[in-house]
Design a protein around this ligand. Structure first.
Ligand code: GLN
Length: 279
């Protein structure tokens, strides 16, 4: 038997040896998850003895974390704009950048009753957050992967969001109608970067990550069709890779988008292109 603190200390050393960043925070979150309490709750029970019933499953998750299984998969959830979303290997683990995109869009002054499309919704974080925060909007979530759509539907049900429509579609192949706004966090990582990605990122579905030799295959295919499916005056907002801004701006301009703007993320990377179909 060992105490909560001894378990955290031992697990931290174990993860440090395996070069896991933020080892202590990782271990605290794994222990808190096992004890079904918050990380802060651990501080008032450092001396609590842990029984085999808790230690046994904890050893297993610790081993997996040491092998590079993402913390988010082991916890089964992530926070995204004040809400809890289920995350697992069926879709990309939601990233903080995408949360920044959601928050930027929520800070904008759009008219009411927008029809929005989230293309490549994955776990649904982007479209579901916008649908939850703008209950007068109608949001269509689309993805080529049925497993990702199933996860997004589970998230929608858990969060009781209902202003939604669903579509299994390879980009626009099965999408009908036009939209006031389209958001997309499509796969944009160049194939050539595969070997330099962290062990954790390699647990994301490859389909959600890689966009061909320069990362832009899917985005290139997507932008002209997105233009065609926007109502006049409609807007498009994207998340792109760290060095793709000038290429993507060029594609957007070539396809007819105007009022182009590329917002930087918190690391200063030009990350979120935004444009409108002219009236
Ligand atoms: N930002 C993710 C990463 O670099 C990739 C997300 C994406 O391809 N849309 O790991």
């Amino acid at each position: 038997m060992s105490s909560v603190l001894e378990t955290i200390d031992g697990g931290t050393r174990y993860l440090e040896k395996r070069e896991i960043a933020d080892a202590r925070r990782n271990m605290q979150l794994l222990v808190a998850h096992q004890l079904k309490c918050s990380r802060m709750d651990l501080y008032v029970q450092f001396d609590r003895p842990l029984t085999e019933t808790d230690l046994q499953p904890l050893r297993e998750t610790l081993k997996l974390r040491g092998e590079g299984v993402p913390l988010q998969h082991l916890l089964g959830q992530v926070q995204f704009h004040h809400r809890e979303f289920k995350t697992d290997a069926r879709a990309l683990i939601p990233r903080p950048e995408t949360e920044e995109l959601a928050e930027w869009l929520l800070s904008m002054d759009f008219p009411q009753h927008q029809s929005l499309l989230d293309m490549g919704c994955g776990s649904g974080v982007l479209g579901l957050t916008l649908a939850a925060e703008r209950p007068d909007w109608q949001v269509t979530l689309a993805d080529v992967a049925p497993a990702a759509l199933a996860l997004a539907r589970e998230n929608a049900a858990a969060l009781a969001i209902s202003n939604l429509h669903w579509c299994e579609s390879d980009l626009f192949s099965a999408i009908t109608g036009t939209f006031d706004g389209i958001v997309a966090n499509l796969p944009y990582v160049p194939e050539s970067e595969r070997s330099s990605l962290s062990r954790e990122v390699l647990h994301d579905p490859p389909l959600a990550l890689f966009g061909g030799p320069d990362g832009l295959d899917v985005i290139n295919r997507f932008i002209p069709d997105a233009f065609a499916r926007l109502k006049p005056g409609g807007w498009l907002a994207l998340e792109i890779g760290h060095d793709q801004a000038s290429q993507v701006a060029e594609i957007l301009r070539r396809c007819g988008f105007s009022q182009l703007e590329i917002k930087t993320d918190l690391s200063g990377v030009s990350r979120f292109p935004f444009g409108r179909r002219p009236h």
